[in-house]
Unconditional design. Structure first.
Length: 459
């Protein structure tokens, strides 16, 4: 398509390879410029409409040049025929208008192509210098728009935190945010494969648990519990439960004791021994239950305190606990439990996200609305939020400014030179044609003034 359009354009050009001044055709650029390495710039329907406007303005500017040329020819003929002084004034004005029109045609044309195809220095500026223009544009944007000071000042003037708070506090806004967030969450959960997530969760939990030492934290926690007497309630509960069990299982205890006696002893003696053992057990357990200062309780306190210290200081105890932890994590039941956690969480979240009246969505909506109301009315919170936004924006600008500006310069460098020139001309060419029109008019006035001064001085 591009070759065909270029051929069609060149069919209307003169021998020099460039259109006559002011024609509606867009002449070709130099071979170096037209062989851009990048893809062509997208030429839209709006660009085509603008191109038609450019051609109309070119026709007007060219018509004005032709008119000045005709006036110059007629005035020169009239002057030679002795028509009077007015013919000289008119010829001078027309001649200067022609010069101005041609000079401005050359200047405008030289921006986009080489006039008449001649390799005149500093012509076809846009096609041949587009890479430099892209870099300059990137540097300009980086220096004037992507500086931390400019971004912070603009964000401070906008008052984003206050506006966000007012919007969230307005009726329906929090519900809208919750609805959109729920839809996004459901979509995310829908595309995630359960087995992949379960594998990631299982691996992450296992790795985290394996890398975390549990002996020393357990020792510190146990030492704190013992120091505060927090274990006394557990000892009380155990003593009560053992006492109740012994009370309810009198005969079973006696029977188990008699089963361990020698076979040659009489049965009544075995029974007496069983009863004696049972009574001693009951007395011992009852004393522990009722006496807070019983030696057995003190023995439990000492054991737990010693064990807490060993968990923190004894390498052998620490190693045993860590091995037990590793063995526990390696068990299939534990891994299945970790993996099944994701399925339960996913089902719970999906159900809550789909139900508009779920407690989760209601809480999120209320939280957003309350936060918006507070943000809209609390100037200190607004200042903090704005400061966070400014810091974040400045970080992005400072960190990625070179990447952003290089995107501009690299994009421009990737454009096809001829297509880029056509697109730029379509967007600014109409205004540039006014330069030609103004050049013709101003040139004619200047020529008339110069001729008038010359005649006056000569007279």
């Amino acid at each position: 398509m591009r070759r065909g359009s270029r051929g069609a354009r060149r069919a209307g050009e003169g021998r020099g390879g460039s259109p006559a001044p002011g024609t509606g055709q867009t002449g070709g650029v130099s071979d170096e410029a037209s062989d851009g390495a990048g893809p062509g710039v997208r030429f839209t329907a709006a660009d085509e409409e603008k191109s038609r406007g450019v051609r109309r303005m070119k026709a007007i500017a060219t018509g004005l040049l032709a008119f000045a040329s005709l006036v110059f020819a007629l005035a020169t003929w009239a002057k030679a025929s002795g028509a009077g002084a007015w013919a000289g004034y008119l010829a001078a004005a027309a001649e200067a208008g022609m010069v101005g029109a041609l000079a401005d045609w050359f200047a405008v044309t030289a921006l986009f192509r080489r006039p008449f195809g001649l390799p005149i220095p500093h012509t076809a500026i846009i096609p041949t210098k587009k890479d430099a223009f892209g870099k300059s544009l990137g540097d300009f944007v980086g220096d004037n728009f992507l500086s931390g000071q400019v971004v912070r000042g603009r964000l401070a003037a906008l008052g984003i935190a206050r506006r966000l708070g007012e919007w969230l506090a307005a009726p329906g806004s929090a519900e809208r945010v919750t609805k959109e967030a729920s839809a996004a969450l459901r979509g995310l959960l829908a595309v995630l494969r359960d087995e992949d997530v379960q594998a990631v969760v299982s691996e992450a939990v296992t790795r985290r648990a394996s890398a975390t030492s549990v002996a020393e934290p357990m020792g510190r926690m146990l030492g704190k519990v013992v120091a505060d007497g927090g274990h006394h309630g557990v000892v009380d509960l155990v003593a009560v439960r053992v006492h109740d069990w012994l009370t309810e299982n009198h005969e079973e205890v006696v029977q188990r004791v008699t089963q361990k006696t020698p076979g040659w002893t009489p049965k009544f003696i075995d029974h007496q021994v069983g009863e004696r053992v049972y009574k001693e057990l009951m007395r011992f357990v009852t004393d522990i239950r009722d006496d807070q200062r019983h030696p057995a309780r003190g023995a439990v306190d000492n054991f737990l305190a010693d064990f807490a210290a060993e968990l923190q200081q004894d390498p052998e105890t620490i190693a045993r606990v860590e091995r037990a932890k590793a063995d526990l994590l390696a068990r299939a039941e534990v891994q299945d439990l970790i993996a099944s956690t994701w399925a339960a969480v996913r089902s719970l979240v999906m159900t809550a996200a789909e139900d508009e009246d779920s407690e989760l969505r209601l809480r999120i909506t209320r939280g957003l609305r309350d936060f918006g109301a507070r943000l809209a009315g609390d100037e200190r919170l607004q200042a903090k939020a704005d400061h966070w936004l400014q810091d974040a924006a400045q970080y992005v600008v400072d960190t990625y400014r070179d990447e952003i500006t290089s995107l501009i310069s690299e994009t421009v460098a990737g454009w096809n030179a001829e297509d880029a020139s056509r697109k730029i001309e379509a967007n600014v060419g109409r205004d540039l044609q006014f330069i030609r029109i103004n050049g013709t008019v101003v040139g004619a006035l200047a020529g008339l003034l110069i001729h008038t001064v010359a005649v006056a001085l000569g007279g």
